[in-house]
Design a protein around this ligand. Structure first.
Ligand code: SAM
Length: 367
C-alpha cells in the first residue's frame, strides 16, 4: 500500500491525475490518498501529487497514533534516516516538529543514525483532518449536472481524522515555475498554466512510448508538459503564428542537452498549421488527445462557429484516439456524447472569480 500526498485545491482532480501513475487510488482524507501500486518514474512527473511513500500504517491524527504505528512496524532497512512531517492545510494542529523528533528518537532507539541532509531513507508522517467528500475519487461529489463535480465543500462528506506514515518512494519534480507562460520564448494571452497542462497531459496518457496530440495547440503549453514526461507530441493550430510559436517553445524545452528533471528522455515533437476539424492523421494514430477549446471571443476562429469547431474537433479526436481530455469555459458534454464519447469523469476548476474551467475526461464508447 502506498500513501500519496496530493497538492492543489481539488483532491478529486489530483487523484484522477494520480491514477496515471498509480493503481487503486482512493482518497482517505483532505490532501491524502492511498494506492495499491505506483510507478515512481511517473510519480516524478505528476503535477498535483507531491510524494508517494510505502505506507507503514494509518491511525487517528495525533502523535500517540503516529508513535504506535512506528513502534509496531518491523523495519527491514539499514542506513541513515530522517523524518519529515506535514500537517495538511494546518488542519490538525499537531506539531510536526515534535512528531519528527519523537519518531526520529524511536528510530535511533532501534539502531538507526539520523542524517537530516542526505538520509538513505526518509520517513514521511502526515496528519489531516476534515471532510472527505462522498464518493471517493471515481464517483461523483456534489453533481452539477452533466457529470460535473464541484470542488466546493460537500455537505454529504464524512468527517475524517488521519495520521499516516510511510517511507518515501518518489517525489514529483516541482520545476513548473521555470515554465511560466510569460517566461516562455513565445507567449500569448490564454496560454495554459504548466501545472494544469501537465495534469491534463498525464490524464490523457502522456508517458514514454505514448503519442499525444493537441489539435489546437496555441503556444504548445500542453505539448511541452507531455514531452517532458517522455511522450512524443503532435500539435496543430489554425493560426500560422501559433504553430510557429509552439515550435519555438517546443524546441526550447524539448531539444536541450540538459538531463530531464524527471529522469525520462524527452519526447519528439511535430507541429503544423492545421484545422482541428480535419486532422491530417490516420484513424487511431495517437494514444490521447488534449485540447483547450477557444473561449468565446478570446481566440481567433476564422472559419467556424465555436459550436461547430468544438463538435468537429471532438469528432476528429474520437477518430484518431481512444481517450481525450477537453478543457473549456463550458461543459460541451452533449457535443462530446454526440461525437461518440463517454464522459469518464469531469471537473470544475475555479481559476479566478470570473473564470471557471471545465475539464472533461472522455473515453471512446465501446461499439
Ligand atoms: C485556448 S487556445 C489554446 C491555448 C493553448 N492550450 C496554450 O497553452 O497556449 C485555442 C487555440 O485554438 C486555435 N484554433 C481555433 N480554431 C482552430 C481550428 N479550427 N483548428 C485548430 N486550431 C484552432 C486558436 O488559434 C488558439 O491558438
Amino acid at each position: 500500500m502506498y500513501l500519496l500526498e496530493l497538492g492543489g485545491e481539488d483532491d478529486a482532480f489530483a487523484a484522477r491525475e494520480a491514477r496515471s501513475a498509480a493503481a487503486g487510488v482512493d482518497r482517505i482524507a483532505p490532501g491524502l490518498a492511498v494506492a495499491d501500486a505506483t510507478v515512481p518514474e511517473r510519480v516524478r512527473g505528476l503535477a498535483y501529487t507531491h510524494r508517494a511513500s510505502e505506507c507503514l500504517g494509518r491511525g487517528e491524527a495525533d502523535l500517540a497514533s503516529a508513535r504506535a504505528i512506528l513502534e509496531a512496524t518491523a523495519i527491514d532497512r539499514t542506513g541513515s534516516v530522517a523524518v519529515r512531517g506535514t500537517d495538511v492545510h494546518g488542519s490538525t494542529g499537531v506539531s510536526t516538529e515534535r512528531a519528527e523528533r519523537e519518531l526520529g528518537q524511536i528510530l535511533v532507539d532501534r539502531g538507526f543514525t539520523v542524517d537530516l541532509e542526505d538520509p538513505d531513507h526518509l520517513l514521511r508522517v502526515v496528519f489531516s483532518e476534515g471532510i472527505l467528500e462522498s464518493g471517493g475519487e471515481s464517483s461523483g461529489r456534489r453533481s452539477l449536472g452533466d457529470g460535473f463535480e464541484s470542488s466546493d465543500d460537500d455537505p454529504d462528506g464524512e468527517p475524517v481524522s488521519v495520521c499516516a506514515l510511510g517511507w518515501l518512494v518518489a517525489e514529483s519534480v516541482r520545476d513548473f515555475g521555470t515554465r511560466a507562460p510569460t517566461d516562455k520564448p513565445f507567449f500569448q494571452p490564454g496560454s495554459m498554466d504548466p501545472l494544469l497542462a501537465r495534469a491534463v497531459a498525464n490524464v490523457a496518457g502522456a508517458r514514454q512510448g505514448a503519442t499525444i496530440l493537441d489539435p489546437m495547440c496555441g503556444t504548445g503549453g500542453v505539448l511541452v508538459e507531455a514531452g517532458l514526461v517522455g511522450a512524443d507530441v503532435i500539435g496543430t493550430d489554425a493560426q500560422a503564428k501559433m504553430a510557429a510559436g509552439a515550435r519555438e517553445n517546443l524546441r526550447h524545452f524539448l531539444e536541450t542537452d540538459e538531463p530531464s528533471p524527471t529522469g525520462v528522455t524527452r519526447g519528439s515533437w511535430h507541429v503544423g498549421r492545421g484545422d482541428a476539424t480535419r486532422l491530417p492523421l490516420a484513424n487511431d494514430a495517437v494514444d490521447g488527445v488534449v485540447f483547450d477549446a477557444p473561449y468565446g471571443r478570446q481566440s481567433k476562429i476564422d472559419t467556424h462557429r465555436l459550436e461547430d469547431l468544438v463538435a468537429g474537433a471532438l469528432s476528429e479526436a474520437h477518430r484518431v484516439a481512444p481517450r481525450a481530455v477537453v478543457i473549456a469555459d463550458r461543459t460541451w458534454a452533449g457535443e462530446a456524447r454526440a461525437a461518440g464519447w463517454k464522459l469518464e469523469s469531469a471537473f470544475e476548476r475555479h481559476v479566478h472569480r470570473s473564470l471557471t474551467r471545465y475539464v472533461m475526461v472522455l473515453e471512446r464508447r465501446s461499439k
